[in-house]
Design a protein around this ligand. Structure first.
Ligand code: NAI
Length: 486
């Protein structure tokens, strides 16, 4: 039989231990796949590969279209960019699907209360603060840019609704903070309802993300699919992992148009690396998402039932389960699942699922298809700019200096510090840092780039700029927010 080949990266820390365990289970269940092991992870970053993988590894993933990976190490703070995030972004895996389901034998406050949990988080995977586009504006002030795009948001919302339709869900919820971040989360929410209109049979609602955090803990059964921006989705999915027993039970699939990556939500667990203690369940559940994605439903159900039976019997690794039953090593737990292939749990057996789509190997898009497409339309009008200025001056002193240098065609509208207006009106109680934003607008209805840049040249003789942001209207709608108190 001509078996499909997938790329496998064992990863760092406990990665090799749990990946070996999962492949052992796949082989015992006669999963018809071939594995091409690729060189990717911290070792390869340390060896000088800036993306954390060799050229051959990159080529293999782009040719095969599927990467099954173990966790990879990212040092905190300075240094290495996350190899995991780089892989997800480079290959445009725009939707991160994470499934959180109560498991027999994994006791939580909810299982004890008889409340079953079955929540799918769909997290936008490319944009948001995870872009990691950060700058120091002064030695004291750092700024992170949060990209939210219309095409990117449409893509992830469509994925969530398509998934709901194909898999029989009846409700999709969009979580956001559009009451505060009116432009970014506002766009995410607007595009959600745009897509929802195409799926009238599915209930669509939205919730502010902090309310979601509370309701997930108080009434988790209210939610089926929740779609969120990148960082909010990341945080909420760890909360959901807590509801079903921890990160050891949280699988994840990063789905793209061409390439998809399957991995556990947890990290490299350096504290237990090499000790034969790691729980392979989350990676195994991610592997089951992978098998179902490839249409290997029979094998996925066989393995899932063996896992559920194993958990129902009380077998467990050290990180969970009934403490009165001795815990098993990674290898012993793996062998127990293999021994249980063919058995099914008394309760909550694997959900029979249909083949929903057929996987096709990726074909690199032509130059014309590299752009996601422009959806927004309308007349663009440039009216001014926000100048980010590093100075120890007080706001009124800065205002005087700017006003002395401004041409007659432009006016200083206001000055803000950390997003709060401090000139022309403000409060003496607003504490400031050495980073102001001066909003300069055209006196007439419109300005132009040449006029604004000439003005910055004039001001640059006396002021130290950190950044410039242009103020535009799109179809008479302001493309910028007001400062707090403006
Ligand atoms: P972590 O998830 O590795 O560990 C947190 C705690 O959970 C530790 O006590 C660990 O022993 C335990 N744990 C995690 N997975 C387990 C498993 N399968 N079985 C039993 N116990 C398990 O998170 P941490 O310590 O914040 O991150 C360590 C490294 O992993 C960092 O370099 C981080 O950047 C990276 N990481 C990688 C991810 C990925 O590859 N997708 C995701 C999250 C973190």
């Amino acid at each position: 039989m001509n078996q499909l080949q997938i790329a496998v990266a064992k990863g760092d820390g406990i990665g090799p231990e749990i990946m070996d365990a999962v492949i052992q289970i796949f082989n015992a269940a006669a999963v018809p796949l071939n594995y091409q092991y690729i060189e990717m992870g911290k070792t390869y970053y340390d060896a000088g590969h800036r993306s954390g993988m060799t050229d051959a590894a990159k080529q293999a993933v782009e040719e095969l279209g599927i990467l099954f990976k173990g966790p990879m190490e990212t040092p905190k703070g300075k240094g290495v960019k996350s190899i995991n995030v780089t892989a997800r972004k480079t290959w445009s895996t725009f939707a991160n699907r994470r499934h959180f389901k109560s498991l027999n034998g994994v006791n939580t406050v909810f299982s004890k209360a008889g409340i079953p949990i079955d929540i799918t988080i769909v997290r936008e995977n490319i944009e948001g603060t995870y872009g990691g586009v950060e700058h120091m504006l002064s030695p004291d002030v750092a700024l992170c840019r949060r990209y939210i795009s219309r095409p990117g948001s449409l893509q992830v919302h469509r994925f969530a609704f398509e998934m709901a339709k194909k898999e029989g869900f009846t409700k999709v919820t969009c979580a956001h903070k559009a009451n505060i971040m009116k432009m970014t989360d506002g766009l995410f929410l607007e595009t959600f309802y745009e897509i929802a209109k195409e799926y009238p049979e599915i209930e669509a609602n939205d919730i502010i993300v902090d309310d979601l955090a509370m309701k997930l803990v108080a009434y988790p059964q209210q939610f089926q699919i929740v779609v969120l921006t990148n960082l909010q989705g990341d945080i909420m999915s760890d909360l959901c992992a807590g509801l079903v027993g921890g990160l050891g039970f949280a699988p994840s699939a990063n789905i793209g148009e061409h390439i998809s990556i399957f991995e556990a939500v947890h990290g490299t667990a350096p504290d237990i690396t090499g000790k034969n203690l790691a729980n392979p369940t989350a990676l195994l559940l991610s592997g089951l998402m992978l098998l179902r994605y490839l249409g290997l439903m029979e094998q996925a159900n066989l393995i899932e039932n063996a896992l559920l039976y194993t958990l129902e019997q009380g077998s467990h690794t050290g990180d969970f389960g009934d403490k009165s039953i001795p815990s098993l090593s990674t290898q012993a737990f793996t062998q127990t699942i293999i021994d249980n292939l063919g058995k099914a749990p008394a309760n909550h057996a694997a959900r029979e699922s249909k083949v929903l789509s057929t996987f096709e190997k990726p074909v690199a898009p032509s130059d014309q298809k590299m752009m996601l497409g422009k959806h927004g339309q309308g007349v663009e009008k440039l009216v001014g700019m926000d100048l980010f200025i590093e100075t120890d001056l007080l706001a009124y002193q800065l205002a005087e200096r700017i006003q002395q240098l401004l041409p007659a065609t432009l006016k200083l509208v206001n000055i803000a510090n950390r997003g709060t207006q401090v000139w022309p009106t403000g409060s003496k109680f607003t504490e400031c840092v050495d980073q102001y934003t001066a909003r300069i607008e055209a006196i007439e209805a419109e300005s132009n780039m040449v006029e604004l840049l000439a003005c910055t040249q004039q001001l640059a003789s006396q002021l130290n700029f950190s950044s410039i942001e242009f103020l535009k209207y799109f179809d008479d709608k302001a493309g910028f927010t007001l400062a707090q108190g403006q």
